[in-house]
Write a protein that binds this ligand. Sequence first.
Ligand code: HEC
Length: 259
Amino acid sequence: MVACAAARSVRGVRLVLAGVLLLAAPGLAAADSKPGAPPAWSFNGPLGHFDLESVQRGYAVYAAVCSACHGLEQVHFSDLAGMGLKVEDIQALSAARQIADGLDAQGRVQRRPARPDDRILSPYVSPAAARAANGGVVPPDLSRIVMVRPGGASRIYSLLTGYAPNAQWQDDRGFRNPYGINNFTAMPPPLHDGGVQYADGTAPTATQQARDVTTFLAWISAPHQDERRRLGVGAGLYLCFLAALFMILTRRIWSHVRK
Ligand code: HEC
């Protein structure tokens, strides 16, 4: 009888939740349809957490697109294990990347497949080479970009999705983008529908890629954030428990004095 009532009430809660989600859905869709409007990030807020599947898809976008111009020099391939990958996955990921490895006898840059303990280097051998290839601007390192640039994850998402369709380089100023510094950026629009293949079958629209790569960049900027939050919640509960115990004991100990 009690079990039955409990089951009914669980079903009731589910129905109410489904109703709330249905009511909220058009609002979410409307927020998404505005060009450059960032989604609600799961990793924001005191109890936020990273969606590790999105983080992994985001690395796929970084590896296929962004790594042509940007490095993650404070990150070792082995650090990517925190995305929920196994040792073999890390070995495969690193071996798929070629990194510069000194000069040969003729002074040409030699390259070799990366190893898990290598850093994720910039593809350019020097800042001068990076500048020459990017209209006079060095593409910034992305290791901590979400932490160090004002606006954080949301501005990066907006920048990636905020280009006008068929944006063109305009005389020495760059590509028009309302989220760039002075409304311009030297970065060509990097994301296009179907520009990457996702192993998990998610449709690789440009907006989905922007969402995933931004989630990846937020995670790589603070890979231990989820653990810290879990520890914080645990410590808070423990302190509440201790406070309750302390109150009970104090009452017990002093009870005969009050009589
Ligand atoms: C063809 C080279 C190229 C590719 C590919 C590229 N970028 Fe960039 N990116 C640049 C350049 C150049 C800048 C510097 C822009 C400036 O300062 O005007 C830049 C700047 C940035 C910035 C800093 C922007 C700011 O205003 O704070 C972020 C974030 C960024 N890129 C992310 C990405 C991501 C994510 C990808 C992959 C989806 C990517 N980039 C792909 C060249 C590139």
